[in-house]
Every structure is written in C-alpha cells, then in structure tokens.
Design a protein around this ligand. Structure first.
Ligand SMILES: [Ca+2]
Ligand SMILES: [Ca+2]
Length: 210
C-alpha cells in the first residue's frame, strides 16, 4: 500500500515539475520573437515587414495568429486588399495573418498613413493575444489618397531632419534623405493589383525580349 502512495506522489511531483515547460511550449514569447522596429505601408504592396514568432524554447510557431492593432492610431486607411492572405477588420482597425511553417508572418501592407505613431500612440503587434511590442507604422502614401505621388515625396522631404517617425521607412528613428529615396522609388504606386491577363502579357513580353 505504501508503495502505491509513493508512486502516486512521485507522479504528482513529476507532473508539477514538467507541466510548466509543457504549458509554455507553443505560446509566443515576446523576448524570443522578431518584430521589425517599423512596419511600412505602400499601396503597391512591394514593401514587406516580417514578424517571426517563437516560443520560450526559441522554436518558431506555425499558425500563430499575428495581429497588427491600429486602434490607438488616428486613422486606418488600407487598400481594398490590405495585404496578401490577411484578414482585415476595419471596425477594430486590425489586420491579421497566420505564420507559416517557419513562424513567419509577412505583411505587405497596402495602406495609407494612419496618424501613428505620435508622441503617445503606437501600433501594437500581437501573436495569439501576446503583446510582442509597439512598432512604428509609416506609409509612403503620406496624404492618404492611396497612391504615391510627388506630393507624398514632398511631404517626406519636408520632414527630413525631424524625428517624425511617420516618415521613417528604414527604421533608424530619423527622417533622412534615405527615406525620401524610398518614397521616390515607389512613385506611381497605387492599390491596383495587376490582373492575371496583365501578368500573362508581361510574361510574354519577357520571353520575347529574352
Ligand atoms: Ca498620396
Ligand atoms: Ca529613417
């Protein structure tokens, strides 16, 4: 009888010792996850900001639900398709995307300026409800018409030398000529996504000129 009690107690002790490790596996760890210092929006979706979600054991988490929460920002102005394979909830000002097998969620944000960050309010990034951090959000479309025009480049140029992070596209926490160059490189960007027919014709053209 005594040995039965001993076995039962040993089992309980083993469970208590192992359970914490078991329960934290697969739960996002803010410290181990990789979050860009800034997320960049461009109506053409050609700038990707990637989050990598890892657990406490530093293992990447597949199918983790990463949410960018703009609810503290003054605005929320995405293209009709805010990014590839993501879910947008305008009422909550959120954009969410599942991680892939490598734990990566790649946001090609097609968005206009959001009024975030400012002195107090920042974008918030979550993975499965765990706050990963408060990154900057900066859009190449500064004036909110969902296209990148010389007017946007002029607005970025006017902020050079400032620390208005709404125009910090390279994440160095300053607005410099490098940020102006990034905006210039995307002049003409709009929300329009090339149709399959357009892609096909481009493929034909490439093969012709090869
Ligand atoms: Ca614009
Ligand atoms: Ca910068």
């Amino acid at each position: 009888m005594a040995s039965r009690y001993f076995v039962a107690i040993a089992a309980i002790v083993a469970f208590v010792l192992v359970a914490p490790g078991m329960s934290s596996a697969g739960i996002p760890s803010a410290g181990n996850s990789t979050l860009p210092t800034s997320f960049v929006g461009s109506p053409d979706g050609l700038i990707v900001s990637a989050v990598i979600v890892r657990d406490i054991a530093n293992n990447p988490i597949r199918m983790s639900y990463v949410t960018l929460d703009f609810s503290n920002c003054a605005g929320f102005n995405p293209c009709p398709m805010a990014c590839t394979s993501c879910t947008t909830v305008p009422a909550n000002k959120t954009i969410s995307l599942f991680t892939d097998a490598a734990g990566s969620a790649r946001f090609d944000l097609r968005m206009a300026a959001s009024g975030c960050p400012n002195q107090f309010n920042m974008l918030r990034a979550y993975a499965d409800g765990v706050l990963l951090g408060n990154p900057v959000f900066a859009s190449l479309d500064q004036d909110g018409d969902l296209s990148v025009t010389p007017a946007d480049v002029a607005m970025v140029q006017a902020l050079v030398g400032s620390n208005d992070l709404r125009a910090d596209f390279d994440g160095d926490y300053a607005v410099t000529p490098s940020d102006v160059a990034i905006a210039q490189a995307h002049l003409g960007a709009t929300c329009t996504i090339p149709s399959a027919a357009q892609k096909s014709s481009w493929g034909s053209l490439k093969s012709i000129y090869r």
